[in-house]
Design a protein around this ligand. Sequence first.
Ligand SMILES: [Zn+2]
Length: 110
Amino acid sequence: MRHPLSIPIGLTLAALSLQAAAGIFSSAVPPTRYQDETSARIQTIDPAYIGDVCGLLMRGPPPVGMAYVACVQDGRVYMPNPCAYPDEPYAATLCHELGHVQGWSREHPG
Ligand SMILES: [Zn+2]
């Protein structure tokens, strides 16, 4: 099952997260019955290529006037690399933890 997340062209991911928090993109938020804690496989992608990757996975471009910012295919979430958004607390936290997933020790060496 494929689930693309798309936003109007011209908006940045940062803008998306800020506006989603304010409820502007409430249609992009799933109903509460789909908001339980869960686990998923995440593939991070260079933000410059997330549109291309999702376009290939979705086998086509997003609807006119929209752009892919993330997508899901076969249970794997394709997201822009959170380390590209160090000023966003949630993204920075995920970047930190994904560093540990890749072997960064708990002592946090530089
Ligand atoms: Zn840590």
